[in-house]
Design a protein around this ligand. Structure first.
Ligand code: C5P
Length: 219
């Protein structure tokens, strides 16, 4: 059995992609599989936490009985679930690949092919991480993720401050075997003290490293 160092803690985790509807049969989505978020949920639950897993559409199911899943589809639904769950939580881990933009309107009928270009106007969604960062009290902790294609460290550092996160898990699309859909990941953890790189590992072990870091904040 794993050490119960999250016994009595409530952790909210967002995971997976969001789908933003264009019409009844189409959406804007992304390549997130949810694997990292689900691995974090299992790790937290195995270590004694009560987990609320707010999940976008993925083909995974939680295993541990102490994971309570709230299934959502859109960024708006994920936002609503996260805001209402976080106030009673001890920590939030924001692993979801939330759409940054959503169609201004969703057509009630399937959009038909035509001769003209199709223009879909998008409006920004809520930034769940930064809103939870504003809600965060002195006894709560928030962990964010950053996936960048360029200037990773500078972007992650600015996110850490802007979103009021305790630490940020950075993964780079430039590393082989890291990021979307992989079973392995190569992360660096960035906090106010600096940057700690980790070797390439299975996502389950990466989850352990991230949870170890979270547990250290509660001490
Ligand atoms: O700014 P960026 O999207 O790169 O920040 C990534 C972090 O913010 C991740 O932790 C992600 O889950 C979170 N995020 C969010 N809501 C959004 C966009 C990003 O919670 N609308």
């Amino acid at each position: 059995a794993s050490r119960q160092d999250l016994q009595g803690r409530k952790v909210v985790i967002t995971a997976g992609p969001t789908y933003e509807k264009i019409d009844p049969v189409r959406f804007i989505g992304n390549y997130s599989s949810g694997k990292m978020g689900y691995a974090l949920a299992e790790e937290c639950a195995e270590r004694g936490a009560e987990v609320t897993l707010i999940s976008g559409p993925v083909s995974l199911n939680p295993v541990h009985p102490n994971i309570h899943r709230i299934s959502v589809e859109s960024a708006a639904q994920m936002h609503q679930a996260a805001i209402s769950s976080f106030s009673s939580a001890d920590a939030g881990i924001l692993c979801a690949a939330v759409a940054d933009f959503t169609p201004e309107e969703c057509s009630n009928q399937k959009i038909k092919r035509g001769e003209d270009d199709l223009v879909i106007r998008l409006k920004p969604t809520h930034d769940i991480a930064s809103e939870l960062g504003k809600m965060k009290t002195g006894s709560q902790h928030l962990v964010g993720f950053a996936l960048e294609t360029n200037d990773e460290i500078a972007h992650a550092q600015s996110k850490l401050e802007r979103k009021n996160l305790d630490f940020i898990v950075m993964n780079s699309l430039n590393d082989a075997g890291a990021g979307f859909r992989c079973d392995t990941n190569k992360i660096s953890i960035i906090d106010a003290q600096g940057i700690t790189p980790y070797p390439l590992k299975p996502k389950k072990e990466v989850a352990k490293d991230i949870v170890d870091k979270l547990v250290s904040l509660f001490r």
